[in-house]
Design a protein around this ligand. Structure first.
Ligand SMILES: Nc1ncnc2c1ncn2[C@@H]1O[C@H](COP(=O)(O)OP(=O)(O)OP(=O)(O)O)[C@@H](O)[C@H]1O
Length: 366
């Protein structure tokens, strides 16, 4: 133990090979999955309700059995081991604290079970409590704490044994918006201090973008993309990812290519490109530029002022375009909008919704 960071874990890498899960013979919840999380990495699992986030986390934790495949932690196969034999700890959404025990007893519980001497236990409980800002509450019962303090106790209880892997299942979802934000920052800092490999399940894309080294996006149990927040945002691997990250979601426009150009907007806008067939072009609302000389025309239908920014909805060709304007931008004075789509902000997908890297540039026909 070192004097500044009393809790420091030996981080363990995690590897899933061909892991599958079926709760019953009729449906496959997780088709074969191969992923690897590096030692010390912070992975956020993100996806819509029912996509299998908790199932995946619980298989790693050992609370659900795998139907097939292997899970290794630190190079050791664990899929047949009990949760307590896997060298990990878990923090849940409902804190599951012992109500009759004090904060100190809750945090130190696993050390007591492990037969660690009182003096050492007390010293470690105090160190963890200091780290989590709980030093003044050690003698209180969970019922005398706020939601955020209770969640810190649950985290303290998880980290005190210095697990190589920490698993979080929506730990912040019961907290109000301000507390969520504070706890998010605390968790990020804690992760850096402890150094454990962390896996965090959430519905919240802001949590995912701010906490993760890499985000694992699941769709019906399949991995859509597993990459850094920056890459997920700037080079989404599919329309599913493109629309899942970012609010309002990315605009998607049908385009068709004749081998020389991709045309959209009644053929008035085209992209010189050798692609042939039907495609989908994506542009984020915040990437569209209002520009008096912009060659793309759209009809303003609706505006929503959100304080920090404004969202315009405008009819373009057969779709409604969403346009996000930062706070302080000049508001359009008429319903006839002139827009510009910067080339570097355009994404191209095939009709199945998979990203295509293609060389093209926009041109306009008058
Ligand atoms: N014990 C179970 N028995 C049968 N089916 C289950 C069981 N647990 C989960 N499922 C099913 O497996 C699928 C994935 O569920 P899971 O809870 O992993 O999703 P999730 O992404 O965590 O969802 P949410 O975000 O709503 O918590 C769902 O279709 C769910 O109905």
């Amino acid at each position: 133990m070192n004097a500044i960071d009393p809790i420091h874990a030996e981080a363990q890498g995690i590897r899933l090979s061909g892991v599958t899960k079926s709760y019953d013979a009729k449906a496959v919840t997780i088709p074969p999955m191969d992923i690897e999380m590096r030692a010390g990495e912070f992975t956020v699992i993100l996806g819509p309700s029912g996509c299998g986030k908790s199932t995946l986390l619980q298989m790693i934790a050992g609370l659900e059995r795998v139907t097939g495949g292997t899970i290794s932690i630190g190079g050791r196969e664990v899929q047949d081991l009990e949760p307590k034999e896997r060298g990990l700890a878990m923090v849940f959404q409902n804190y599951a604290l012992y109500p009759h025990m004090t904060v100190a007893q809750n945090i130190g519980y696993s050390l007591r079970v492990a037969g660690i001497q009182r003096a050492e236990r007390d010293a470690r409980v105090k160190a963890v409590a200091r780290m989590l800002g709980l030093a003044d509450f050690l003698h209180r019962k969970p019922g005398q704490l706020s939601g955020g303090q209770r969640q810190r106790v649950a985290i303290g209880r998880a980290i005190i044994r210095e697990p190589g892997v920490l698993l979080f299942d929506e730990p912040l979802s019961n907290l109000d918006a301000q507390l969520r934000q504070d706890m998010r920052l605390e968790l990020a800092e804690l992760h850096h201090r402890i150094g454990a490999t962390s896996i965090f399940v959430t519905h919240d894309q802001v949590e995912a973008m701010t906490l993760a080294d890499r985000i694992l996006i699941l769709n019906k149990g399949r991995v859509e993309q597993f990459d850094t927040p920056k890459t997920i945002y700037s080079r989404p691997a599919s329309i599913f990812v493109a629309k899942f990250i970012g609010a309002p979601p990315m605009n998607i426009l049908p385009v068709s290519g004749d081998g020389r150009a991709l045309r959209f907007g009644n053929g008035k806008v085209f992209a010189a490109s050798p692609l042939k067939g039907e495609f989908l072009l994506g542009i984020r609302p915040e990437s569209i530029v209002l520009d008096r000389h912009g060659p793309i025309r759209a009809q303003l239908r609706h505006r929503e002022d959100l304080g920090s920014h404004m969202i315009l909805t405008a009819a373009f060709d057969l779709v409604d375009l969403r346009i996000a304007l930062p706070f302080g931008s000049a508001e359009p004075q008429q319903s006839d909008l002139h827009l510009h789509f910067p080339r570097e902000c355009l994404h191209l997908f095939d009709v199945e919704g998979r990203r295509i890297e293609a060389d093209f540039h926009l041109e306009y026909a008058n």
